[in-house]
Design a protein around this ligand. Structure first.
Ligand code: GDP
Length: 435
């Protein structure tokens, strides 16, 4: 595989961390290019079970260089806690295997405060924020009112810059929200404490990546959340505040010449959605609870029960399209074992008409799912490693998804562990056939 992006096709939580952890084997560099501490990638490997929020999932692999690109919301507090947690469990982390872009903006303490204040102001119509400060952070970044990590090397200028920002931010805190102002001394103390911790990791990662590319190193780009949460293509305003699509990887990593040839889109065998916003396929009651329990669908960051439903092919086709996915990884197929019938949403009904196109966000509220049912399978498939060894009903389900989405499913994950995977393409290449 040449340069590759691993991205979510749906609402996030598709199992991207698990796929990155598996695939980093073949890469020299892993780059996180957007998002912050608001979502979690769960990785289970020889060191234990981890919910990574900021650290790239290649951090466990010796020899892999991990980069936090300029597009991330650099939450130094959360990042440092993650570094400590992993280090305590025996993972080696230092400036040689973790590099932070000098152009990454710092998520400042007031971003979290403002996130909480705004969700409270919205009362019963919140965005469903994880309150990690992401929306206020990206708003500030686009207003050019953040601090770049590289400014830590220019303390005098940094102080002046912060004083200017504090004057502006305190107007918003006090006049818009009636909250107390943020004293400059407290901000400086925060920078002293957390900035100093991350400073050794900060460098010109754009130059590093350019060199790595020239030397023929293989680079993996890792996204957070999924296509439907993309700021420009997703279910606005219930999106995140950054671009989760593969197309943003060259910008958010600082490597314009990234030349990504492979986009692995991760799709879950059923749907989940965290937080607010339209979710056409949502199941409720006992049916929902059974699926939620089977898939352990509780937020990695918040522990919130995730909304669940059958696989939504309308949203998935759209997700694969906006991600420009060249292949798909289907995860959590094992979770569906034991269900008599497997529902799939093949179309939406909007205003009495059926459509297979994902509509404009405002039309989603009036959309109803058109459901088709597949036969389930009884046996446990978590030990299966070859496509042809899956029960016939499971194979039929996968082949139907593949055809409906219009993109090859080359990986099928049947458990959270690294080796619980059916490598369809690799097996097929060996055996000269695909299914
Ligand atoms: P991410 O943000 O896309 O990485 O997804 P999450 O970490 O939020 O959710 C994926 C969850 O499903 C994690 O707990 C994984 O360990 C787990 N998982 C991933 N793939 C599989 C699978 O094939 N089967 C099962 N049972 N669990 C899986």
């Amino acid at each position: 595989m040449a340069n590759c992006a691993i991205v979510g096709i749906n609402w996030g939580d598709e199992g991207k961390g698990r796929m990155v952890d598996l695939l980093t084997d073949g890469f020299d560099v892993v780059v996180r290019y957007q998002g912050g501490g608001n979502a979690g990638h769960t990785v289970i490997n020889e060191y234990g079970k981890f919910a990574l929020h900021l650290l790239p999932s290649g951090i466990f692999r010796p020899g892999v260089v991990n980069i936090l690109g300029n597009g991330v919301a650099l939450d130094a507090e959360n990042l440092w806690r993650e570094i400590e947690e992993l280090t305590q469990k025996g993972v080696t982390i230092g400036p040689e295997n973790l590099k932070i872009s000098d152009r990454a903006s710092l998520l400042l303490p007031w971003h979290r405060d403002l996130d909480v204040l705004e969700e409270a102001r919205l009362k019963d119509k919140p965005y469903g924020s994880t309150k990690q400060g992401i929306a206020p952070f990206y708003s500030d970044k686009y207003q050019k009112k953040t601090i770049l990590a590289g400014e830590l090397f220019y303390p005098e200028k940094l102080k002046e810059h912060l004083a200017g920002l504090a004057e502006w931010k305190n107007l918003i805190l006090t006049r818009v929200y009636g909250a107390p102002p943020y004293p400059l001394e407290r901000l400086m103390a925060w920078i002293e404490e957390w900035g100093e911790k991350i400073k050794p990791f900060v460098s010109d990662t754009g130059a590093y990546l350019k060199k790595a590319r020239t030397e023929g190193k293989r680079i993996l780009f890792e996204a957070q959340l999924g296509a439907l949460r993309d700021l420009d293509c997703g279910i606005y305003p219930y999106t995140t505040s950054s671009n989760t699509t593969a197309a943003y990887a060259p910008v958010g990593s600082g490597l314009s010449s990234a030349g990504i040839t492979d986009v692995v889109g991760v799709v879950k065998a059923y749907s989940t959605c965290v937080g607010e916003g339209p979710f056409v396929c949502e199941l409720f009651g006992e049916e929902a609870e059974r699926l939620r329990k089977a898939g352990a669908e509780y937020g990695a960051k918040t522990g919130r029960p995730r909304r669940v439903g059958p696989l939504d092919l309308v949203a998935t086709r759209y997700g694969a399209e906006v991600q420009a996915a060249t292949e798909l990884a289907l995860t959590k197929l094992d979770v569906l074992s034991g269900f008599d019938k497997i529902p799939v949403c093949t179309r939406y009904r909007i205003g009495g008409k059926e459509t297979d196109r994902f509509p404009f966000p405002a039309a989603l509220d009036g959309a109803e799912p058109v459901i088709e049912y597949f036969d389930g399978w009884r046996s446990d498939i978590s030990g299966v490693r070859r496509f042809e060894d899956l029960p016939e009903a499971a194979r039929r389900y996968v082949l139907f998804l593949e055809e409906s989405i219009g993109c090859p499913i080359t990986y099928i994950s049947v458990g959270p562990e690294r080796d619980s995977i059916i490598l369809r393409k690799r097996n097929a290449e060996k055996e000269g056939e695909l299914s």
